[in-house]
Design a binder for this molecule. Sequence first.
Ligand code: LMR
Length: 394
Amino acid sequence: MLTNLTPQPADKILQLMQKFREDPRTDKIDLGVGIYKDASGNTPVMRAIKEAEKRLWEVETTKKYTALAGDPAYGDAMVDLVLGDAVPRDRVAAAATPGGTGAIRQGVELIKMANPDATIWLSNPTWPNHPSIIKYVGMKMAEYRYFDDATRGVDFDGMMADLAGVKAGDVVLLHGCCHNPTGANLNMAQWAEVVDSLQKTGAVPFIDIAYQGFGDGLEDDAAAVRLVASSLPETIIAASCSKNFGIYRERTGILMTVSQEAGNKPLAQSTLAFLNRQNFSFPPDHGARLVTMILQDKVLRDDWMEELENVRLGMLALRTQLAGELQRLSGSDRFGFLAQHRGMFSRLGATPEQVERLRAEHGIYMIGDSRMNIAGLNEATIPVLAKAIIDTGI
Ligand code: LMR
């Protein structure tokens, strides 16, 4: 039987991670996978996480199962973090998942249970694992225009024209903030237009929010998801704690549904629990417990917010420095978009051949579509990257 298996396509992001590891050059620069790195290239455990782990070790007396949807306190804390008081809590169902990817997977399965004929619309481009999971689960998908190659901003007219053609009951997957892979985001006036469009077509928004706190701040980054959830009858939300709590390997995510009315919530909640049971039974608890402890404790929460804000401001400073260096070297403003983009990523707009040259000739690793992880830079490597970009004719 096992001989019948056929090789599956490799994930481009993970493939690049492997290539980088194997490269013997000592001055190589990793702008690949979306992991935050400080100026020394380390991905530290955040202070509040360390402290919560210490406290947890002291107070935890059992490792017995929690609930299928995870500890309800985690659900409450995360609903509060993502949605604030935008929608009444009795309309929101929530289940812990193994990371944001787990939330996406469970969300797609939920959509399949509710409407197997739905088409899931994805931004072009999007995180490559979105289409991969949707295809694997066996749902139809389509793309809406999103990125304008010329301006490196959002092709908003194209996006709105494509969203106007979405059918009632279809699902539109939107990045809540810090678009991955482009770094180009909608402003709030544009989000309001997206809401209008979804209202008109009767499509259901499915929001992936994996970088809350990395763009314009914890509250501002949640503004779009809150607007959508409070304006439309139904919203599905996949959130991740991997990046903003720096707990990548703990696999800490959550899937939320906002139902039309409170009466729908028990069905949504029991379906989320059922889906967890089918796929992995109880979700991982360690990361979720740390997040809950931090969000519930004022001192820990303040410290976490301060560290997260420093991470965000650090990435913004790197963006400004890189855009400035490129302006100096190119004598033009054509790289100004780097300072406008938000989050961990920017799509540079280089061809795959140019990306390959950056890797082969300069040891600079970015994803083939020219997505760069800004957090992979520091003050010393920015001039190196900027010179390589100009030398490569980008
Ligand atoms: C990324 O886009 O690099 C991250 O979300 C990591 C991943 O799992 O792909």
